[in-house]
Design a binder for this molecule. Structure first.
Ligand code: FEO
Ligand code: CA
Ligand code: CA
Ligand code: CA
Length: 584
């Protein structure tokens, strides 16, 4: 087909008005259909348990069904744009919704089901003659990866003393991946899933050591209550298990038997996403945000070059290379500071025995290097035409508070409720050591009285940008994640629901494409290779602003998408009624 870049970046759809609603709204001439919900069978041949709307599916059923809380997602063509694999993350569980009687009678079976509802789904989809895109059932590619699936550790930290546990003295074999938030995809055909807020799965000590404290492992931290029945999540008894999470994990979607691989060379973080591109010479460059208040933006550059031959030929490409943390200077330039053992402050005297310890303790290393403490870096994405890199800094209401870091050029607003999108251009190829940067936009609402919440948007208002993707023709798609305790209130008084917008970054105009159902966030975006079908994930419709859902109460906020019963995260497929290219 034609080079998508030659199609131009223009945005042609009619803006969708913001509204409080429990439906999905897309522009006139577009149709959004539900493709794949929490609890739908992934399609493993002979093993396709139906969803039970009362939450009655077993843990074993759940391990064969779509997980909860869909997040980042990518498309892999099998037969051009007609047939492909959708690989997607399931970030976390609302255990109130997951079980028939919610969190009452907490049990080993409930923990097993929660573990099974985390991770990744691989599903096969195809376009029908009438243009509809549907799931292929069964499919030989269909797969669930859960928080109990055997994963392999590779790279410098594999086998390190800090990675060894009682159950795995090798330090190389971890059960599962969890809190899989945003994602990436590689030019050699693999999927990257990113482990974000892993600390919330571990019950730590009353007085955690400095390492656990820096990563948020503490008493009362085991929000998911797995530690009550799965001992490895008790961080007092098993202090190293948490070091085995917080990695970028590579999956070959075309090979259902291949173990996911935790790539330690890319560093440990509350990883949001991993945007990949190649230098002119063929080195892989990966940009990664760490979504936590005052944490960092990272870049990884591979030592070796990509080889022809797909996943099999690039099995160790992400195991060797250099990790850098970003420093954004006041003059609009910036530098990438290497996390290399023995260089600068990353010495034995400062507590880093070797390179593995630098990678496992990437936060501590970045503190010493002087990386810029950002306003919660969420997704990163790379413009395929200009190689400009974008990152959402979703919000940070602690910015400027007493005892917290003051405003800086990259994070310029105190009490930053609305967030911003930062962008940079490397001085040279993507593996350059320095860059120039500015803000694409400060999010906000100009009708508000508070100066620091007005922003400078040209176009439709939004706040808390999170999901971010430049499509192959150069349109920047922005997805929002305003917390449900904030939607419709205070600085978000005019924004009752979350949304997705499109931006032509060369002119800066931003136009609203979609408004989601009540209490959801928008996250996860990809398209078929011909750009005529758009996939978007609706996460946690009907989320309670305060606590887990209570199945004894009627679902008050949302019953999307089934119109009755429990709300369900789901993948949408959006097409144009005339079959045209999305967004033009
Ligand atoms: Fe899971 Fe930072 O979003
Ligand atoms: Ca996110
Ligand atoms: Ca978010
Ligand atoms: Ca969320």
């Amino acid at each position: 087909g034609a080079n998508p870049a030659s199609l131009g970046r223009q945005i042609g759809f009619t803006s969708v008005p913001m509204a409080a609603q429990d439906t999905v709204t897309v522009p006139p001439g577009y149709t959004a259909r539900v493709l794949f919900r929490w609890g739908d069978p992934v399609g493993v041949p002979g093993q396709m348990p139906a969803f039970r709307p009362d939450g009655g599916n077993s843990a074993a059923d759940q391990a064969l069904q779509g997980g909860m809380h869909h997040d980042g997602m990518a498309w892999f063509s099998l037969d051009g744009a007609r047939r492909g694999l959708l690989t997607m993350n399931h970030e976390y569980t609302d255990d109130g919704l997951l079980h028939a009687d919610g969190m009452d009678n907490w049990s080993a079976e409930k923990v097993r089901k929660s573990i099974a509802a985390h991770g990744v789904s691989v599903i096969e989809v195809e376009r029908q003659a009438d243009g509809r895109v549907t799931q292929v059932l069964p499919s030989r590619y269909a797969r669930r990866i859960t928080a109990a699936t055997p994963c392999v550790v590779q790279g410098p930290a594999a086998g390190h003393a800090l990675m060894r546990t009682a159950a795995d003295p090798s330090g190389r074999n971890v059960l599962g991946t969890l809190n899989n938030c945003a994602n990436g995809y590689t030019p050699w055909g693999t999927y990257l899933t990113c482990e974000e807020n892993f600390a919330n799965y571990f019950e730590g000590a009353e007085k955690p050591d400095a390492h656990h404290a820096r990563w948020g492992i503490k008493k009362g931290g085991g929000f998911y209550r797995w530690h009550e029945f799965e001992e490895r999540f008790d961080a007092v008894r098993h202090p190293n298990e948490s070091n085995r999470f917080g990695w970028v994990v590579e999956i070959d979607p075309q090979n259902p038997d291949a173990a996911p691989i935790k790539r330690t060379a890319m560093g440990r973080a509350a990883h949001e996403g991993a945007a990949v591109a190649l230098t002119a010479e063929g080195h892989a460059v990966v940009y990664m945000g760490e979504d936590a208040r005052f944490e960092y933006i990272y870049k990884f550059v591979s030592r070796d070059k990509m080889q022809p031959g797909g996943a099999a030929a690039n099995r160790e490409l992400l195991d060797h290379g250099t990790l850098f943390v970003g420093r954004f200077d006041v003059d609009g330039t910036g530098a990438w500071l290497p996390l290399v053992h023995g260089q600068g402050p990353l010495t034995v005297a400062n507590g880093f025995a070797d390179q593995a310890e630098v990678l496992i303790k990437a936060r501590q290393a970045s503190d010493l290097l002087g990386g810029t403490k950002m306003d919660r870096p969420e997704w990163t994405t790379i413009d395929p035409i200009t190689k400009t890199v974008y990152c959402t800094l979703t919000n940070n209401s602690d910015r400027g508070k007493p005892g917290r870091p003051y405003m800086d050029a990259a994070n310029p607003r105190a009490n930053n409720t609305m967030g911003q999108i930062i962008r940079w251009q490397e001085k040279g190829d993507l593996n350059a050591a320095t860059f120039t940067w500015d803000h694409l936009v400060l999010a906000g609402d100009p009708s508000l009285s508070r100066e620091g919440a007005k922003g400078n948007i040209r176009g439709d208002v939004f706040g808390s940008p999170d999901g971010l993707w430049v499509d192959p023709r150069g349109v920047l798609w922005i997805q929002t994640d305003v917390s449900t305790s904030t939607l419709g209130k205070n600085d978000y008084v005019n924004l009752p629901n979350n949304q997705m917008l499109a931006c032509d970054p060369t002119v800066g105009e931003i136009r609203r494409f979609l408004v989601g159902p009540a209490g959801c966030e928008l996250t996860g975006i990809t398209m078929t290779s011909d750009l005529r079908a758009l996939f978007v994930n609706i996460q946690h419709p009907g989320e309670s602003p305060t606590e887990r859902s209570d199945p004894r109460q009627p679902m008050k906020i949302s019953s999307w998408p089934d119109r009755a019963g429990r709300p369900r995260s789901a993948t949408l497929v959006i097409t144009r009624d005339d079959g045209g290219i999305i967004g033009t």
